[in-house]
Design a binder for this molecule. Structure first.
Ligand SMILES: *Cc1c(COP(=O)(O)O)cnc(C)c1O
Length: 418
């Protein structure tokens, strides 16, 4: 069995190198980040609370275990870099995933039985925003904002009306199907009126925000900003909670000892390197992502795909979303794409019923990872052509796969990193 596992790891590694990986929630970390993740920190514990700051402005920790002297400085640097990148007054790096970051925020800001508002899953809300998952674990009652299907955004007037009526304790913005900035400023006033917190879940877009290419929710008035660290932000898998300083203690206590015992030190070490990469290369990286997303959307649309939101330039994020219901089943098309080494996911769209989770009408594409491998607008044209050949012309996937492998071969080096 040992040999079998090693073989499968190696097979995946070489297959992934020959694929166009376009799942919108994924990325490839740089070699430096990967070596940090494989370091000794993966074996260690550093439970503990924050003390003050030292003369350099680095965080001092009060740990429960010995042996953390080097890690403490790493976590401090990671916090400092994060605060700079996101203009955050405080960050907690203890959550081990985006969903856990949301759990931390819920337990900091709401009580069992409170109401929360967010997007429905079809409209891009994450399961952790609903009773199906993390919010349900916390006993929170979720209700959705009305959604404007044409604009692919929250219907602001409708949202104001329903939150005034239902008075949630926490208003969630952000989501997993996320083409355009959400109306943070527009909803701040109503949140104050009903005495609710606003939590922005930037799991998908935090790399774009760090690179200055997407709304900065903390500057626009949210109380808490939760995120994964591995989607457009090119870190190892993990989570974080950023907040205004008036929530520092609540958030920290909710993370430890509230929700977590040890955090994942190897993740924090890898994340610190990714944050340093973002500080140096983030602007160029995020800028190219949005250019590529727009170029891919345009090229797909020109080739007969029904790409959402043409009237708004298709997208302002790393995502391109199309409705393929007129040409087939998204589940089949996504599998055909995989057979041609193009990895994307089928996705519910606002007009799908939740019962169609396994057979939805959308395809969601993320360009962040191919952008990190140096692809630009010209390559987006080529990829759109491959997709057309597979999904519209019915070409043999084996033939397109060979063309995909050729394209990827010329983009084997990861960029935007040291
Ligand atoms: C991916 C995602 C999460 C969950 O993040 P994990 O790191 O997978 O736990 C939370 N919220 C949104 C909006 C997401 O897209």
């Amino acid at each position: 069995m040992y040999e079998k596992v090693i073989e499968l790891i190696e097979k995946n590694e070489s297959w992934r190198k020959s694929c166009l990986n376009m799942i919108a929630s994924e990325n490839t970390a740089s070699p430096a980040v990967r070596s940090a993740v494989a370091s000794d920190f993966g074996h260690r514990y550093a439970e503990g609370l924050l003390g003050g700051r030292d003369a350099e402005g680095l965080q001092i920790f009060e740990r429960f275990y010995q042996g953390t002297k080097f890690f403490d400085d790493i976590e401090s640097i990671a916090m400092k870099l994060t605060e700079e990148l996101f203009s955050a007054e405080h960050v907690n790096l203890v959550p081990i995933s985006g969903a856990v970051a949301n759990l931390v925020a819920y337990s900091a800001l709401a009580k069992y039985g409170d109401s929360i508002s967010g997007l429905s899953i079809m409209c891009g809300g994450h399961i952790s925003h609903t009773h199906i998952s993390a919010a349900g674990v916390m006993g929170l009652k979720d209700f959705p904002y009305p959604f404007d299907n044409k604009e692919m955004n929250i219907d602001v007037d409708g949202a104001k009306k329903i939150v005034r009526e239902k008075r949630p304790k926490l208003m969630i913005l952000g989501g997993s199907l996320f083409l355009f900035p959400h109306p943070v400023r527009e909803l701040r006033e109503i949140a104050d009126e009903i005495d609710a917190y606003i939590m922005y879940d930037g799991a998908h877009v935090s790399g774009l925000i760090a690179g200055g290419q997407f709304q900065n929710p903390l500057k626009e008035g949210v109380d808490v900003f939760t995120s994964s660290t591995h989607k457009t932000f090119p870190g190892p898998q993990g989570g974080m909670v950023m907040c205004k300083s008036y929530l520092k203690e609540k958030v920290d206590n909710a993370a430890f000892p509230g929700m977590m015992s040890n955090h994942h030190l190897h993740h924090v070490a890898g994340y610190a390197i990714a944050a340093a990469e973002m500080k140096k290369f983030g602007k160029a990286y995020a800028g190219q992502i949005v250019k590529n997303a727009k170029a891919l959307a345009q090229a797909l649309n020109e080739r007969g795909f029904d790409v959402l939101c043409e009237h708004k330039g298709f997208t302002e994020s790393h995502q391109v979303v199309m409705d393929v219901s007129k040409i087939g089943h998204a589940s089949v098309i996504a599998q055909d794409f995989e057979n041609a080494n193009m990895i994307v996911n089928k996705n519910l769209l606002p007009w799908d019923s939740l019962l169609r989770t396994k057979d939805p009408s959308g395809i969601r594409i993320g360009v962040q990872e191919i952008t990190r491998f140096g692809m630009k607008e010209g390559e987006m044209e080529e990829i759109a052509e491959f997709m057309k050949k597979v999904a519209i012309d019915g070409s043999k996937t084996e033939n397109i796969k060979n063309e995909v492998i050729e394209l990827k071969k010329n983009h084997a080096e990861i960029g935007f990193s040291f």
